[in-house]
Design a protein around this ligand. Structure first.
Ligand code: PGA
Length: 262
């Protein structure tokens, strides 16, 4: 049972490099049938590949489902071949942007510094960053999980000015992503509590109390409830289990049940 400040939970679907425009539109039709298009107790955010953002944004207009991107560049325009700017994301209808996902950190050279530049630029453009933090298995085994998450948080948010809780943090232990091995809800809660404590130190407690903190890593319809009933966990960033509309809708409904049960 949670007693906590009212924060609307978020279920964000990270499609990664999956789905064409046609696949994405088909998914949205099915999801709208399953969830309805009216207001929801849970904010649902679909993060498709760049190529599907605009057409999905058009389809989602007038519905309660929101759109997010999976990455962005930190400059507004210029000679940056292959990059996409925050203004271009806004034009598609995106309201959220995932920043610093561990796959980008591990495979594509993302660092705490680039995360920091991107978060500042996203906020300046009125995009809500979903900032990903989380330790690797080696870091966890060396007893450095908390230190790693704190470093990512402090360096990623250095110089960021936050007077409103427009930031979302996703705690995603790297060893739990795509592995079918999820973190223990109590462990994820403890790290989320520390994240909120650090945010309070940086931005004051009223901002920190409003920031949504998500768990990510092998979330599915059967385990989501264990996370969303924790006092500092306000939803999830879902990869594999977000690729089927039925499974995503189930995760949303389970989350709604924990909100209503609180
Ligand atoms: P997963 O991915 O749910 O497939 O583990 C989560 C993520 O990478 O955001």
């Amino acid at each position: 049972m949670k007693s906590r400040v009212k924060r609307t939970p978020i279920i964000a679907a990270n499609w990664k490099m999956h789905k064409t425009v046609g696949d994405g539109l088909e998914f949205i039709e099915e999801l709208l049938t399953l969830l309805g298009s009216g207001p929801q107790a849970v904010e649902v955010v679909i993060c498709p590949p760049f190529t599907a953002l605009y057409p999905l944004g058009q389809r989602l207009q007038g519905t309660a489902i929101k759109l997010g991107a999976q990455n962005m560049f930190w400059e507004d325009w210029g000679a940056y071949t292959g990059e996409v700017s925050p203004g271009m994301l806004r034009e598609t209808g995106a309201e959220y942007v995932i920043i610093g996902h561990s796959e980008r950190r591990r495979l594509l050279g993302e660092t705490d510094r680039t995360v920091n530049l991107k978060i500042k630029r996203a906020l300046a453009w009125g995009l809500r960053p979903i900032m990903c933090v989380g330790e690797t298995l080696a870091e966890r085994e060396a007893g450095k999980a908390v230190a790693t998450v704190r470093r990512q948080l402090v360096e990623g948010l250095e110089g960021v000015e936050l007077t409103q809780p427009g930031l979302v943090v996703a705690y995603e232990p790297v060893w739990a992503i795509g592995t079918g091995v999820n973190a223990l809800p109590q462990d994820a809660q403890e790290i989320s509590r520390l994240i909120r404590e650090d945010l309070a130190g940086m931005f004051g407690s009223s901002v920190a109390e409003g920031v949504r903190i998500l768990y990510g890593g092998s979330v599915n319809p059967s385990n989501i409830g264990g996370f969303t009933c924790q006092p500092d966990i306000d939803g999830a960033l879902v990869g594999g289990a977000s690729l089927e509309a039925r499974s995503l809708a189930q995760i949303v409904k389970e989350t709604e049940a924990t909100v209503h049960g609180s």
